[in-house]
Design a protein around this ligand. Structure first.
Ligand code: C2E
Ligand code: MG
Ligand code: MG
Length: 639
């Protein structure tokens, strides 16, 4: 009689039952692809049971050859169904568009139907396969049969490969290796008549559970709310459907203060309470934890009136205290922003940008209140995004330009240095001022790549034009505090200088005094120290315009102080400002700093500034910032 080995099947049954217990025991994940996990699991269990029962009945001669062939036809249909369910899951998980999904699903349903026809005919006609005695044989339509099973495998792999960019690479490998693994099990089962295909499916199911459906990946341990990853998958799916829904974004106000005052444990327990309260409000479908102290409640309700009832319920609750575990009463407030999708944003990336921007705007102007994204002015954000794209493009294409503005030495009566100023000319937006795009690049971190390109470009310029042989002793390069917050920035900067054989004395680094530099970090200080130790000098840019912290100039190793152009201009318009500038320059001279006056536009300004003790002049009176070639002409002419 048939020696079909059933040990693998028993193991599979245990695995499937265990996973079903987990499935029912844990909180459901509100993702469409998750539903396929259940279907996948149940069909594997059914398939394994059918096969095992068939083999046992046949082995014990309860059914004959025909009966066994009937059971195996049912089993083979189930196996095909499993691979189709897997492919359907892949379509959901990889966000295949509705239109394409319809076509692909249609093809696979036809495959399933044809398989079913062969399976029905097989016990009578032996067209697919048949068992006799201890043997197994492929029927006349065996090849077609194998081909049909291959279609869902190939479709699944193709979809994963085409849309691979949508998910992390590790998940691409999991999906493809799962499909290949079960295909290998299929071949092994056919070749060696060992019942291992279902076991293979079981292992795939376990792997998917572990890496893709594991609730721990989607549910925050503390609040038991769905996390940001889950929100992303959920919202992407909903936005693709293009059906109306709303989001009520709730950000707790001053939550850091609550954590500080009552302790992190109490803070956590209060967040859990707010999350639970939100979940319980009528009209809220699902709540996601978004950020450490923010929640996004999704509602299917369409009218703003409906949304109002939700925000009012929350605001009413916030008028009453919340209680810590030790029964301490804590009053909390929250800022609320409401969004209508897809009206306010039609893709996830946009939505997140708008959510963050609208919330920060509301926090500034209406903290503790409610705003509707549709009523906020989001044009600034949109134009910032355009500029961000332009910066990225220019960095990627190497299209950022560096212009040079000569700096005149009063003592030497010549141009002894220059400031490197970055320029961006976008094909769509035209010339964009660095005053506009540098702060944007600082906000999103693009300043790191931008700054590296500028420094590289300056070093190349010094090297290519043999500046050491001209009157230009050094080039001043603006470095953002954001760059100096990078660990080991100094190593990178020194590496660039060395690459072009530029001496440290040929570079001067300008830093603008900003709020976040006062009481600056260890990384910042370490970078400054290493840069100065290497021999690069430092300038304090825009002195007088910002914080002008005296403690700061006394404790940072600046060599040059650059007086901000607005301070210079003001000194010629306003007597008090003139006196202030006069005394400031005396003070800086007494402290033995070298002083650059920025924004020198007239002869009168230049004469006066030189008289009161400025060592260097920079401004349109001498030259604007010009392209490298033109700059070389300017200094040649002047010498
Ligand atoms: P900044 O470092 O204070 O640069 C001086 C700015 O004043 C430059 O503007 C320059 O063109 C302008 N300027 C110089 N002389 C005159 C004058 O006589 N009249 C007038 N009206 N303006 C004058 P720009 O090039 O628009 O740069 C603006 C700011 O952008 C810079 O201020 C600097 O903070 C930042 N920036 C420019 N390039 C870079 C860069 O490569 N990296 C970083 N991090 N920031 C940069
Ligand atoms: Mg500067
Ligand atoms: Mg300046």
């Amino acid at each position: 009689m048939l020696e079909w080995n059933l040990q693998y099947n028993f193991a599979t049954i245990v695995i499937c039952i265990l996973m079903l217990v987990w499935y029912f025991h844990q909180k459901k994940i509100p993702l469409n692809s998750y539903a396929f996990f259940f279907r996948f699991n149940v069909s594997i269990l059914a398939c394994t049971i059918i096969e095992s029962v068939g083999v046992l009945l046949y082995r014990n001669e309860i059914i004959g050859e025909f009966g066994f062939n009937v059971v195996m036809a049912a089993y083979s249909f189930m196996a095909c169904l499993i691979s189709v369910i897997y492919a359907f899951f892949v379509f959901e998980y990889m966000h295949v568009s509705d239109k394409n999904k319809k076509v692909l699903k249609g093809i696979l349903l036809v495959v399933l139907f044809l398989t079913m026809l062969i399976d029905i005919a097989t016990p009578f006609t032996k067209v697919g396969f048949y068992f006799y005695g201890r043997k197994y044989a492929v029927g006349k339509l065996g090849a077609l049969y194998a081909l049909l099973s291959g279609i869902s495998v190939i479709t699944g792999i193709a979809v994963v490969i085409v849309k691979r960019k949508l998910i992390p690479a590790s998940r691409v490998y999991i999906l493809i290796s799962s499909i290949l693994f079960s295909s290998i099990m299929f071949v092994v089962q056919l070749r060696f008549t060992v019942s291992i295909l279902c076991f293979g499916f079981g292992i795939v199911c376990l792997t998917l559970y572990n890496y893709i459906f594991n609730p721990a990946l989607y549910i925050d341990n503390l609040t038991q709310l769905y996390n940001k990853d889950c929100m992303r998958d959920y919202l992407e799916y909903r936005l693709e459907r293009n059906k109306l829904f709303s989001i009520v974004l709730v950000a707790m106000d001053d939550f850091k203060y609550i954590n500080k005052t009552f302790g992190v444990d109490t803070g956590d327990s209060l967040l859990v309470q707010v999350g639970n309260y939100l979940r319980g409000i009528e009209g809220v479908d699902v709540v996601f934890g978004y950020g450490s102290d923010q929640f996004a409640a999704i509602c299917n309700k369409k009218s703003l009136e409906d949304i109002k009832s939700i925000t009012e319920a929350l605001q009413a609750r916030l008028k009453h205290p919340w209680y810590s575990e030790s029964q301490a009463a804590v009053m909390m407030s929250a800022t609320i922003c409401c969004f209508e999708c897809p009206k306010d944003a039609d893709n996830y990336g946009n939505l997140i940008e708008i959510m963050d921007y609208a919330m920060s705007m509301t926090k500034k102007s209406n903290k503790g209140g409610v705003s509707l994204a549709g009523e906020l002015d989001l044009s600034k954000m949109r134009s910032e995004k355009e500029i961000e794209k332009a910066i990225k493009l220019a960095i990627d294409r190497g299209e950022l330009m560096v212009y040079y503005q000569p700096i005149f030495s009063v003592e030497k009566n010549l141009y002894n240095s220059a400031e490197a100023l970055v320029r961006l000319n976008d094909e769509k937006l035209g010339w964009i001022s660095p005053e506009v795009f540098i702060p944007i690049a600082e906000k999103n971190g693009l300043i790191i790549a931008l700054g590296d390109q500028v420094l590289r470009s300056v070093c190349k310029f010094i090297c290519d034009n043999k500046l050491s042989e001209s009157s230009i002793e050094y080039i001043e390069v603006n470095i953002s505090p954001v760059q100096l917050q990078q660990p080991d920035y100094y190593k990178k900067a020194i590496g660039i200088l060395e690459e072009y054989d530029v001496k440290p004395t040929q570079i001067n680094i300008e830093i603008t005094e900003t709020a976040n530099m006062v009481g600056s970090s260890d990384i910042f200080n370490e970078n400054i120290k290493k840069i100065v130790d290497y021999g690069i000098t430092l300038s304090l840019d825009d002195y007088g315009s910002g914080y002008s912290n005296l403690d700061y100039i006394n404790h940072m190793p600046f060599h040059i102080i650059k007086i901000d152009k607005y301070i210079v201009w003001d000194a010629f318009k306003n007597i008090k400002a003139g006196i202030t500038l006069d005394y400031t320059i005396r003070m800086l001279n007494a402290l033995q700093y070298m002083i650059v006056a920025e924004g020198v536009e007239t002869k009168e300004q230049k004469d006066h500034l030189a008289k009161i003790g400025c060592h260097y002049m920079q401004g349109w009176y001498y030259s604007k910032a010009v392209a490298p070639d033109e700059f070389m002409e300017v200094i040649k002419k002047a010498s």
